[in-house]
Design a binder for this molecule. Structure first.
Ligand code: FAD
Length: 566
């Protein structure tokens, strides 16, 4: 079995992972940077096209404390204040460092241009024109990773297990997508930066590798998860017609800026039926827009793809061209002429506020195991401000990489071949069994899980639907050994799908179990059967595995004066 040694192993090469690798290497560590996809081209970072929030104060006076106040307000009492502070305080330094590394932030009169976005009290959102922020951030970091000595990049290896001995992380086991073989990675410290879990949902803005593997890997390694019920649903994600190479959440700023009309399948305006006053202004809040669209669909008045129409036809071509800039031509290349036809939109899963529980050094309760980026839970509490996620990836990535390098300097216990046994046994059983004839393929079960999560644990939840989802997810976990996988080892995507599904099911169970236990509505977690916010539930839920069982407890949000009541 191939085996590699390094001081620091970074799992996942999005914004957080690449920054972690750079920070660890400049602290003198040798680094292995692994990704299931191509380094720097998988996950969410490269897809994000809008803004990055940082209190630079270039556009108007601003301060990280004001950014923090806005972040805490959006988090509805559940932010881990220590992490939120790190995010807001550290944002400007990272943005300016990226600037020095060549990210072409939009500028005005020589300074970095900053705009407002919903929930921000100041103009503090930077971007790269036009809708190119994520690709520019990922491109800068890819280049910097390539220029930094001491970083070995490995693409197409999916980590399937974090190796832990005696409460100390020692590395990981990876599955090579190319040859279907396992490989082991020994390191003095491991940074898990494998992104979020929005691909658990049938409707999502995610790319292929966002099925919650980071959370599942951390949980199985003995770390804790926090706030897993808080999934952010974006109200007007793109549904149809097909949109290639463009951000599915791109419509929101244009709707606000220009006043896009929301119409149901009968081309009637409907938002006002749900308590808004949208007519004539077309700026209904995000939660109201989500609710109204889903209720119209439920009543059989949705658009053909199960959403609503977003219509800009009442706005003249000149104004559209001025607002959309070159984006209008990219839309035309996709066959979308906004002057002639509306597009279909609806709520889609977009970001996960919950995730791996870490301290201020980004370390989990497993010594030597760090986490960074969207995989980390807590900084954004019950809801996230727009632009905070890329900042979180950059700030937490840098911090995790630096902390991991420091940990690795104190040396690592030796590797033991037996550490990889759980993964070897799983793979052998899978190859031998190949599933019973007639059994489902892992990819089919992934689709079933996505539909189940969308229908039962989506933007508006009830106890009954969540309980049904939990039961079915547990059955699906029991059925895992019987699934079919193709015989060939090389390029066997069934095997990769199987390991991915295994992680997806565990993360899905965490989301649903936590959502069921939170009998209130708060931020992004909306219960139709418990519509009120309950002050006594201003608590975070922490999950851990005990003897293979998922156990939860409530704690006081971290960084508060009150002690952990766990
Ligand atoms: C369409 C879209 C638009 C967005 N727009 C914005 C925006 O405008 N502003 C903002 O602040 N945020 C935005 N976000 C959110 C933000 O982009 C993400 O939260 C952030 O980029 C996450 O960075 P990350 O490095 O933690 O994860 P990612 O960038 O998702 O990287 C994770 C990496 O881990 C890899 N990986 C996964 N599993 C494994 C495994 N088992 N083994 C090895 N590798 C693995 C993946 O291939 C991927 O490369 C957007 C998200 C999406 C999807």
């Amino acid at each position: 079995m191939p085996h590699l040694e390094s001081d620091v192993l970074v799992v996942g090469a999005g914004g957080a992972g690449m920054y972690a690798a750079i920070a660890a290497a400049r602290a003198g560590a040798s680094v292995v940077l692994l990704d299931k996809s191509l380094v720097g081209r998988g996950g969410a970072t490269v897809m994000a096209q809008m803004t990055v929030a940082a209190a630079l104060g270039h556009q108007e006076p601003d301060d990280w404390t004001l950014h923090l106040a806005d972040t805490l307000k959006a988090g509805r009492g559940l932010c881990n204040e220590e992490l939120a502070e790190l995010l807001c305080r550290g944002g400007p330094e990272r943005i300016l460092e990226m600037d020095a590394w060549g990210t072409r932030w939009a500028r005005e009169g020589g300074h970095i241009k900053q705009e407002t976005a919903p929930g921000h009290s100041r103009k503090r959102c930077c971007y790269v024109d036009f809708l190119a922020t994520g690709p520019a951030v990922a491109g800068t970091l890819r280049r910097k990773v390539g220029e930094t000595s001491g970083i070995r990049r490995i693409s197409n290896v999916a980590v399937v297990q974090i190796a832990v001995k005696g409460g100390r992380a020692l590395g990981a086991v990876g599955l090579s997508v190319r040859d279907g073989r396992l490989a082991t990675f020994h390191a003095g410290a491991v940074v898990l930066a494998a992104g979020g879990l929005t691909r658990l949902y049938a409707r999502n803005s995610a790319s292929a590798n966002m099925g919650g593997e980071a959370c599942a890997l951390a949980l199985e390694a003995g770390a804790e998860l926090v706030d897993m019920e808080f999934v952010q649903f974006f109200p007007i994600g793109h549904l149809a017609p097909r949109l290639v190479g463009m951000d599915p959440i791109m419509w929101d700023p244009f709707r606000y800026k220009l006043g896009g009309r929301l119409l149901n399948g009968r081309l009637e305006e409907f938002v006002d039926r749900y308590g808004g006053t949208d007519f004539g202004r077309y700026t209904a809040t995000r939660d109201l827009a989500s609710y109204a669209i889903l209720k119209e669909v439920e009543a059989g008045r949705g658009s053909p793809h199960g959403g609503a129409y977003l219509d800009f036809r009442h706005i003249g071509e000149a104004r559209l061209r001025e607002a959309f800039g070159p984006v209008i031509d990219r839309l035309l290349a996709n066959g979308i002429d906004l002057t002639k036809t509306p597009v279909e939109v609806g709520p889609i899963a977009h970001y996960h506020m919950g995730g791996i529980r870490v301290d201020g050094k980004m370390e989990t309760r497993i010594e030597g195991l760090y986490a960074a980026g969207e995989a980390v839970g807590g900084a954004n509490g019950a809801n996230r401000l727009s632009g905070n996620a890329i900042t979180e990836a950059l700030v937490f990535g840098e911090r995790a990489g630096r902390s991991a390098a420091a940990r690795a300097r104190s040396g690592a216990p030796p590797w033991e071949a037996s550490l990889a046994e759980p993964s070897i046994e799983r793979l052998d059983a899978l190859k031998k069994g190949k599933g019973s004839p007639g059994a489902a393929w892992p990819a089919m079960v992934q689709s079933e899980l996505q539909r189940l999560m969308w229908e039962n644990a989506g933007p508006f939840r009830t106890g009954g639907k969540l309980a049904a989802a939990l039961e079915r997810i547990r059955e699906m976990r029991d059925e895992l050994p019987d699934l079919r996988v193709g015989a060939a080892g090389a390029y066997n995507l069934d095997i990769q799908d199987w390991f991915e599904l295994r992680a997806m099911l565990l993360s899905a169970e965490c989301v649903v179990q936590s959502a069921l236990a939170r009998r209130e509505s708060r931020g992004a977690h909306q219960r139709e059967d418990f519509a009120e916010t309950r002050p006594e539930l201003e608590r975070n839920q922490v999950l851990e595995l005990r003897d293979g069982r998922l156990c939860s407890r409530w704690i006081t949000p971290m960084g508060r004066v009150e002690a952990d009541r766990g």
